[in-house]
Design a protein around this ligand. Structure first.
Ligand SMILES: [Zn+2]
Length: 124
């Protein structure tokens, strides 16, 4: 499964992206070939965890049973410092304080029974 290295790293508090050996493009979500040049030689590397809010919405009903009781919460697309966009939640702040362009930092949810953790972002 192409995403396995990503999820295994979450348990260690690392957010892995891929980088194409052919063209240098940083890639997320994990996939078997580069979406820019089609090359198949992709290496894993740890992202810095620095990002900015690209866009967001406030969820007032849970979008998944796991999030029941957390509403209202912020569902966002953030832009990693390395370039790729990531769909995530913005946590540890009032949803009304989130703004497009604000600096955020990676933080992991607790490791679940499956041994993986969800990557979230909080204000930097
Ligand atoms: Zn490429």
């Amino acid at each position: 499964m192409v995403t396995r290295p990503f999820w295994e790293a979450t348990a260690e508090g690392r957010f892995l992206i891929q980088r194409c050996a052919g063209c240098g493009t940083a890639i997320f979500y994990p996939r078997p070939a580069c979406p820019h040049c089609g090359g198949g030689e992709l290496a894993w590397e740890a992202a810095s965890g620095a990002a900015t809010v690209h866009t967001f919405s406030i969820a007032r009903r849970p979008t998944h049973p796991k999030f029941t009781g957390d509403e209202p919460y912020v569902v966002a697309i953030v832009e990693l410092a390395e370039g790729p966009h990531v769909t995530t939640n913005i946590v540890e702040c009032d949803p009304d304080d989130v703004q497009i362009g604000m600096a955020v930092q990676l933080v992991f949810d607790e490791v679940g029974d499956d041994g993986y953790a969800l990557p979230f972002f909080r204000p930097a």
